[in-house]
Design a protein around this ligand. Structure first.
Ligand SMILES: [Zn+2]
Ligand SMILES: [Zn+2]
Length: 506
């Protein structure tokens, strides 16, 4: 069976990236994932291996109990907010076996929304260019050691890869919850509304949960786990009320970055594949700085067009975009603190002059300012002001969290931690050029994936959303064999066979 060259090329890059850190690439066994919650519960039982470890560290019974309770609560909670079978169904279409099924499920859902924009909104300036890209963009993950994504062309083809660092997902997942837990959602909306109609800056402090030790502790767990291992901490319990905001922040952040990478393609920033030599993406060209800002500018328009369809209020639409920039700042502060041992505040990341500008990706605050300019230009004033309030709020929350946690991070360095191998300017493109495998080669390692099997609940092949077959009762009654419909989740156009419940994307 022929493997799509882009998939084989991606598998090659993924294996090379893990080889650089001396690990085999991970694979994800569905049954292991199904049993993960139970396995964690078993490890966290009274007198179990985890408690024994704590006891060996000299913790008394009361402290051990408190820690175990927290972790058990987090373990239970984490399982309640996702549909594992849906995630596993979407993972059957993953381009390689090395992609975390959770990451793949999120990416394919969001990719569907962007890829289908050209069809859904033909009046958009980039609609035909987007339609032209259909079926040519593979969105996946690749270890790069950055809280970010990049786009490259697949040698010898017209296809492109948009790859996100898997650490990006894990970090944004944890951090979105940390930040959401530190925000009083009702007061935040109230403040945003107030600023929309006022001419002066409304203070953000009333919307921040001050003095909540739990909030600081969560953030400390997040930072120390990523800085030590480049991996998330064990699930921490969170305030259920924060879940929706956290989910909103990370989803919009990811959608914005995906839109940014698509924008590089639409704007012609990604060079055509060359026969040999290292692949380079737009960020390595001399005009990279300007291109970044242009890609953000277009990404704002793409995001606005998608969210308008999904009825996300324009008054709060950009909070997740600002959250992304803040996340990159916190990652940078953490890594720098571990590397240099010098304290630094979040506000110190504001560049003072040209020499401090990032040479590839402009520093986060400049990109934020660019996004704000877009808002000022394209949004009615009151909506721009409401988003500005939420931006100030996210910045202030992050700044305070970092102030509380920085000394612990500096302590980690004093105790000899050197920062994570997974998250320290690891760049697979720095090494010898990676050759694209021949298109008919079977050695690429990309395992041909299975289509949905008979007997399964029919699901969208792109995002795994269940298809409600009952809706098509009338068509069945008329002996119609197949219907065209749109996936309610990712907007993909589906051809659904009423005869055998198979679903294909068209
Ligand atoms: Zn870029
Ligand atoms: Zn879908």
């Amino acid at each position: 069976m022929a493997i799509r060259p882009g998939h084989a090329y991606l598998a090659l890059l993924q294996r090379a990236a893990y080889a650089r850190i001396g690990n085999p690439p991970p694979t994800f066994d569905p049954d292991e994932l199904r049993g993960r919650g139970a396995a964690n519960a078993e490890a966290l039982r009274d007198g179990g291996p985890f408690e024994q470890e704590l006891e060996a560290k000299g913790l008394d019974a009361a402290k051990r109990r408190a820690i175990l309770e927290r972790l058990r609560q987090g373990n239970t909670q984490v399982g309640t907010h996702h549909d594992l079978e849906k995630v596993l169904a979407a993972a059957r279409n993953a381009p390689t076996p090395y992609v975390d099924p959770f990451h793949h499920a999120i990416l394919s859902k969001l990719d569907g929304r962007i890829a289908n924009l050209g069809r859904r909104q033909p009046e958009l300036r980039f609609a035909s260019a987007l339609r032209n890209l259909r079926g040519r963009v593979i969105v996946s993950t690749l270890l790069m050691g950055q809280v970010n994504a990049r786009t490259l062309s697949v040698p010898g083809t017209d296809d492109y890869l948009i790859v996100f660092d898997p650490v990006f997902f894990d970090f944004l997942y944890c951090l979105s919850t940390d930040i959401a837990c530190a925000i009083d959602g009702d007061k935040a909306l109230q403040g945003a509304r107030q600023q929309a109609s006022a001419s002066e800056q409304v203070p953000v402090s009333p919307a921040i949960r001050f003095g909540d030790a739990e909030v600081t502790r969560r953030f400390l767990h997040t930072m120390s786990a990523f800085l030590r291992w480049g991996l998330p901490p064990p699930p921490q319990p969170y305030d259920e009320k924060s879940f929706d905001l956290a989910q909103h922040l990370r989803e919009i952040a990811t959608l914005f970055i995906l839109a940014h990478e698509y924008a590089h393609l639409l704007l012609g920033h990604v060079s055509a594949p060359r026969a040999s030599g290292p692949q380079s993406d737009a960020a390595q060209q001399p005009t990279a700085f300007q291109q970044e800002l242009e890609a953000d500018w277009l990404a704002c328009s793409l995001l606005d067009a998608i969210l308008a369809r999904r009825r996300v209020s324009r008054a709060t639409q950009f909070m997740g975009v600002h959250f992304f920039f803040v996340a990159t700042m916190l990652a940078e502060l953490g890594v720098r603190a571990i590397e240099t041992g010098k304290p630094r505040q979040l506000t110190a990341l504001i560049p003072r002059d040209e020499t401090e500008l990032g040479d590839t990706h402009p520093v986060a605050l400049l990109r934020m300012a660019n996004v704000n300019q877009w808002l000022a230009r394209k949004f009615p004033q009151h909506l721009a002001r409401s988003n500005e309030y939420l931006e100030a709020l996210v910045l202030e929350v992050a700044s305070r969290l970092w102030d509380n946690v920085q000394r612990h991070v500096l302590d980690m360095r004093a105790k000899g931690f050197e920062g994570p191998a997974l998250w320290k300017s690891l760049d697979v493109f720095e090494g010898p050029p990676l050759e694209a495998p021949a298109s008919d080669s079977d050695e690429g390692g990309a395992v041909p994936h299975q289509r949905s099997q008979a007997g399964d609940v029919p699901r969208c092949p792109r995002c795994g959303q269940k298809i409600n077959m009952e809706r098509y009762g009338p068509q069945r009654a008329l002996h119609i064999d197949a219907v065209r419909d749109e996936c309610p989740d990712c907007n993909s156009l589906l051809l659904i066979s009423l005869a055998d419940s198979s679903v294909i994307e068209t």
